[in-house]
Design a protein around this ligand. Structure first.
Ligand code: ATP
Length: 251
């Protein structure tokens, strides 16, 4: 049965979230709460469990143990109500290549039941400088252009919760900066909660209110960027990341 979304519920509440692949404990008892309107960074080295976590939060992977609530909905029992109000972007998910950008966005608009699909696509294309690309096949776009299309796809349903896996991974520095400014503005205007997995520490420092540091699937530290800098006695988050990755203790 679908339940109405509880406006007081946090965007995401994960409790004891665990994923085991045979011998590999990809995510190990991860608990956190992402409040409405906040931006959290999910950090960790290669294989730390970021993508596995995001997949479980979206209900694409069933946890081996633990629970996730998105906007108050238990993802094990009531995930469609949550998914209608959430969205995601990942560089690992390719859009159908032969469809044009517009056709791709239309498919997603219909999947999410967007009332004025054409209007919403035109609006996002204007905001994300995609208007000239709308009638090109998605497969012909450059990596950076595909990233902007993926971002448009992730916003098609005006989500309340946005999961972004490496949103600026293949963008040149100028376009990446533009996307970061855009995300900052979007969050301020929409009140959307964002969970951002990134290897770019400057990006995390700029966009995130709070950072979750994963190592081998475990949450090894967390705090606001400024709290982490102070705790480790560092000047930038990249140095904190290296301290944690290399097992150095906080100051
Ligand atoms: N389908 C799978 N089968 C077996 N092991 C898997 C599977 N998917 C992920 N893993 C393992 O789970 C662990 C976490 O992987 P995950 O992709 O979540 O890490 P990540 O933090 O997203 O890494 P990266 O930064 O490299 O993208 C890794 O040890 C990985 O090898």
């Amino acid at each position: 049965m679908r339940h109405a979304t509880d406006p007081a519920a946090p965007a995401i509440a994960a409790e004891g979230l665990t994923k085991r692949y045979g011998e590999v404990l990809a995510v190990d008892s991860l608990s956190f709460i992402l409040p409405r309107g906040a931006t959290f960074g999910l950090l960790g080295g290669n294989g730390a469990g970021k993508s596995t976590t995001i997949s479980m939060l979206l209900g694409l992977l069933i946890p081996s143990a633990g629970h996730v609530r998105v906007l108050g909905h238990d993802m094990a029992r009531d995930r469609f109500a949550a998914l209608a109000r959430a969205n995601f972007s990942s560089p690992y998910i390719a859009l159908p290549h032969r469809l044009s950008v517009r056709e791709n966005l239309k498919v997603y608009a219909h999947l999410y039941g967007v009332a004025d699909a054409g209007g919403r696509i035109a609006e996002l294309a204007g905001q994300l400088s995609l208007t000239e690309l709308l009638d090109r096949p998605a497969g012909d776009l450059s990596a950076g252009q595909k990233t902007r299309v993926a971002l448009a796809k992730s916003l098609i349903n005006h989500p309340d919760v946005l999961l972004l896996d490496e949103p600026t991974a293949s963008l040149d520095p100028d376009t990446a900066d533009w996307v970061r400014s855009w995300l900052e503005r979007y969050r301020a205007e929409s009140g959307c909660a964002i969970l951002l997995a990134s290897h770019n520490m400057a990006e995390v420092e700029r966009l995130c209110d709070h950072v979750l540091m994963l190592k081998k699937g475990r949450l090894v530290d967390s705090g606001s960027p400024s709290e982490l800098l102070e705790r480790y006695g560092r000047d930038d988050l990249e140095e904190v990341f290296l301290d944690i990755a290399r097992g150095r203790q906080a100051g």
